[in-house]
Design a protein around this ligand. Structure first.
Ligand code: NAD
Length: 251
């Protein structure tokens, strides 16, 4: 893996998928920036990475707020001098039917999942264009294809796919790739926090009959982050145990 000595920022890396992505990239020799809204969680992950002899710093900021995002990227640039890999992983969900979605739920989910991804892409693009190098990896969800009770989440994650494809075209001449991972159901606090009925519905139509591990998603991050993936851009990889093959009407 040609990830050694790269500088990687992973949003929402204080838990779940982001935590494992940060630890995996650090194990491959990257200097890792662990972002999260929870400073306690981010600091814990950084301590664990450092205890394994690898490099990491924590930055506590809310990716849905532009001034905080600007400050975060400035800190990364001041600390490491560059930013090579951005993983837009932070995301939230609130599984509800259309009539149960409050306006503030819609705003919060779109603000974190879509606007936050946009703000970080925008901030990173400036630095990456100067470097003429970059790897942006956006975490969407298999649910962007559709899922009962996931109207808002699905819309936000569909936006992430569109953002990825368009930005890939815009940045292609600058040696910056922009790709997307669409996970299926993976065992994290976010998944465990879904209502029991929603988990039951999801499991009924899971081809493998199993829940994935955060490490399954880290495999995709390593792949897109690699120097050798330079001719792959604007793509979506589904890591979902075959779920994306099913008709969206069956979920
Ligand atoms: N777990 C799954 O089954 C699954 C499936 C498909 C997609 N995803 C996506 O994967 C990503 C990670 O999910 P997870 O399951 O690890 O969730 P998680 O809840 O375990 O972790 C998400 C982290 O993001 C942080 N966060 C939330 N809002 C933030 C903000 N505004 N700014 C910075 N950090 C913030 C949280 O504090 C948390 O540590 C999300 O984008 C999610 O939508 C997860």
């Amino acid at each position: 893996m040609a990830i050694k000595d790269r500088v990687a920022l992973i949003t929402g890396a204080g838990s779940g998928l982001g935590e494992v992505m940060a630890k995996t990239l650090a194990q491959h020799g990257a200097s890792v920036v662990v972002n999260d809204v929870s400073s306690e969680q981010a600091n814990r992950v950084v301590e664990e990475i450092k205890n394994n002899g690898n490099r990491a710093i924590a930055i506590c900021s809310d990716i849905s707020k532009k001034p905080q995002v600007t400050e975060m990227f400035k800190t990364v640039k001041d600390t490491f001098g560059r930013i090579d890999i951005l993983v837009n992983n932070a995301g939230i969900d609130k599984a509800k039917g259309i009539l149960g979605i409050a306006e503030e739920d819609w705003d919060r989910i779109i603000n974190v999942n879509l606007k936050g991804t946009f703000l970080c892409c925008q901030a990173a693009a400036g630095f990456m264009k100067e470097q003429n190098y970059g790897r942006i990896i956006n975490i969407s969800s298999r649910a962007w294809l559709g899922g009962v009770g996931q109207t808002c989440y699905s819309a936000s994650k569909g936006g992430v796919v569109s953002l990825t494809r368009t930005l890939a075209l815009e940045l292609a001449k600058n040696q910056i790739t922009v790709n997307c991972i669409a996970p299926g159901i993976i065992d994290t606090p976010l998944f465990r926090g879904l209502p029991e009925a929603a988990i039951e519905n999801l499991m009924k139509v899971q081809p493998t009959g199993t829940v994935g591990k955060p490490e399954d998603i880290a495999v995709g991050v390593e792949f897109f982050a690699d120097d050798d993936s330079s001719y792959i851009t604007g793509q979506v990889i589904y890591i979902c145990g075959g779920k994306s093959i099913l008709s969206s009407l069956s979920v």
